[in-house]
Design a protein around this ligand. Structure first.
Ligand SMILES: C[S@@+](CC[C@H](N)C(=O)[O-])C[C@H]1O[C@@H](n2cnc3c(N)ncnc32)[C@H](O)[C@@H]1O
Length: 346
């Protein structure tokens, strides 16, 4: 059989695109970090004006800005010295720091933490050990991150950025009408509780997290005018039982831990729910055949980088672990992009 024509049809372009994807990734991360999109909020500026505002060196200005044009994150009229740059519509909504829709917190954390840590992926694959701050300090990730207010705030902002789209979708898609109370375990800034309370006047929500996080959550909830129906509670989910509620939610909590701790958290959720209550885990759930959700699989590698033993999982893994805890009915609700809500009913 002559296979030559097929061989000719094969090109290395997909390999090169992924191999060099970090060029594009780091260009966007740097643009957010340096404040390109915030500087261009609602206006068009010349390269020289952007250079002055961001204190950029002459050498890279036009390569940097035109690369952002070619990648679709900036618009441009004119060329080089006559050019005027402005934000593309999505950059303007999501990457301008002064807008409430800003999701750049996650991008900033990706720039400052994940980008350098992923440089040690081979070491993680060879040793199974985390490659983040804890590699040298021996402290747990949350201990290390929460030791300074700036890092704590950056991490919580990052979580808000990556999660808000999922929580808005959950508030829209899940039927909250049979329930009246919800407790979000590891609730960070309280985004999930706020989104549910905003869309469902029947719901009273509690955002439960470590004490260091509470002031940030209280501020956020008050800023949305929801302090009457969303409260905060301090909890250490290793030592404390969960507050009782009709619904227990966990956004990207289970994937942070090894299997025994995942099962411990599921059991505590089960104990806190009434008969008919719902346990909802929001994650970049991997498809059962582990072929399609590349983001979920890469997120699981990110958990190797962050924690070593932690891992992401499929809907059928969730069903197996929650059934073992006593849950009786299950469903998966697709949310934003590669994320889903895995739901187990008691
Ligand atoms: C990956 S973040 C997820 C935040 C949020 N649920 C979301 O989906 O965006 C994990 C959260 O778990 C909280 N957390 C970590 N260890 C905890 C503990 N022992 N007890 C309670 N919360 C904890 C962290 O403070 C953080 O807010």
């Amino acid at each position: 059989m002559n296979t030559a024509p097929e061989i000719h049809q094969i090109t290395p372009s997909r390999i090169m695109e992924t191999a060099m994807a970090f060029f594009a990734s780091k260009t966007l991360l740097s643009a957010v970090k340096l404040g390109v999109f915030t500087t261009l909020s609602g206006k068009a500026l010349s390269g020289e004006e952007i250079q002055a505002a961001l204190k950029l060196h002459d050498r890279g200005v036009y390569d940097f800005l035109d690369a952002l044009v070619a990648l679709g994150f900036l618009n441009r009229e004119g060329l080089l010295e006559t050019a005027r740059y402005s934000n593309a519509p999505d950059s303007d909504v999501f990457l301008d720091k002064n807008k409430p829709s800003y999701i750049g917190g996650f991008v900033e954390m990706a720039n400052d933490r994940l980008y350098p840590f992923w440089g040690s992926l081979e070491e993680a694959l060879l040793t199974g050990k985390p490659q983040n701050e804890i590699k040298h300090s021996g402290k747990s990730m949350f201990e290390a991150l929460y030791a300074t207010p700036e890092r704590l705030k950056q991490f919580i902002d990052a979580m808000s950025g990556i999660s808000i789209g999922n929580f808005t979708a959950l508030a829209r898609k899940f039927d909250f009408s049979p329930y009246s109370t919800l407790c979000d375990i590891g609730g960070a800034a309280g985004i999930l509780s706020v989104e549910v309370a905003k869309q469902h006047p029947n719901m009273y929500c509690t955002s439960a997290d470590l004490p260091a996080v509470e002031p940030i959550a209280k501020d956020y909830i008050a800023s949305k005018g929801l302090s009457g129906r969303v409260n905060t509670v301090n909890i250490d989910f290793f030592t404390d039982e969960f507050p009782k509620a009709d619904i227990i939610t966990m956004g990207m909590i289970l994937h942070d831990w090894d299997l025994p701790n995942k099962k411990m958290l599921i059991r505590k959720a089960y104990d806190a729910l009434p008969e008919g209550g719902a346990f909802i885990a929001i994650e970049a759930l991997i498809d059962d055949d582990r072929r399609k959700n590349a983001f979920g699989l890469l997120m699981s590698l990110n958990m190797l980088i962050e924690f070593g033993v932690a891992f992401d999982f499929t809907g059928s893994d969730f069903q197996e672990w929650t059934r073992e805890a006593g849950f009786r009915r299950f469903e998966v609700i697709p949310l934003a992009g590669p994320s889903s809500a895995a739901v187990a009913y008691k």
